[in-house]
Write a protein of this length. Structure first.
Length: 265
């Protein structure tokens, strides 16, 4: 009986030990990090006609590896990654939504922050969405190490400084497709296709500030039929028309916007 009691005690302690050991190895709960861990605040100054952003935060571990197999079933090893999506909080008396995350999670896998992604999305129920069948978001990426997110085609724009405000201008881009069910889509057009920014390793706070010219819509219209020499039309906010497979010219949009503001003044 004595031996039986000893066995039960040892077995019980063993099972108590295992969850603690697993917790120490994982270190995935942000609430476990002490206040002295270096953090960075990510924010967006959000116009009223846009949804508040949700921030997708990615960490990479060189220490913890994952395996994958190629077409010949050969095993390869690559850095493991961990992604968490955060709902931001609204900062007092502002339209700024922000989240603060650790730059290094550490623990067994030594997780390090590599990028943060979020989206520009039109707010549901907004007046600008009247008559729109579908919307397309614009992806924004902040890069914190040498790894380029796939969506950027390996290009990013350096942004030095510990506290940074990034300003970008966008125009609503409407596409009217007569040939595929009269579908009307609304997206964004700006000065480039990909918006990725490489940040300094000691960055403390970065705010993305989009300026959306909601009243200056550029419209792409395909013909009702492809016969009789009809072409695609690109109609600018001032009513001028460009024919053919053209994409909106950002500088032209900027000029139209500047001229309109000058005439209003």
């Amino acid at each position: 009986m004595k031996h039986l009691r000893t066995y039960i005690k040892i077995k019980h302690n063993k099972f108590l030990f295992l969850p603690v050991f697993c917790l120490l190895l994982s270190g995935c709960d942000d609430n476990l990090f002490s206040s002295d861990v270096r953090k960075v605040t990510i924010a967006m100054d959000t116009p009223d006609l846009l949804e508040k952003p949700w921030f997708s935060v990615t960490y990479r571990s060189h220490k913890c590896q994952r395996t994958r197999r190629d077409g010949d079933f050969k095993k390869h090893y690559e850095d493991d990654s961990s992604v968490t999506t955060y709902e931001p909080e609204r900062e007092k008396n502002s339209n700024i939504y922000s989240v603060t995350v650790p730059v290094e999670k550490g623990w067994y896998c030594d997780w390090k922050l590599i990028n943060v992604e979020f989206k520009l999305k039109y707010k549901k129920g907004s007046k600008i969405l009247e008559g729109i069948d579908d919307t397309i978001f614009e992806r924004i990426t902040f890069v914190f190490d040498e790894h380029y997110p796939r969506a950027t085609n390996g290009r990013s724009q350096p942004q030095p400084g510990r506290n940074k405000i990034i300003n970008e201008e966008f125009y609503p881009y409407k596409r009217i497709n007569h040939l595929i069910g009269n579908l009307v889509k609304l997206s964004f057009t700006g000065r480039k296709n990909f918006y990725a920014y490489r940040l300094d390793s000691d960055i403390e706070r970065v705010i993305f500030r989009p300026v959306i010219h909601f009243n200056e819509v550029v419209t792409w219209i395909d013909p009702l039929t492809w016969g009789h020499g009809e072409q695609i039309k690109l109609v600018y906010p001032d009513g001028s028309v460009e024919l053919g497979e053209a994409e909106p010219d950002f500088e032209r949009l900027q000029k139209i916007s500047s001229e309109r503001k000058a005439s209003e003044n």
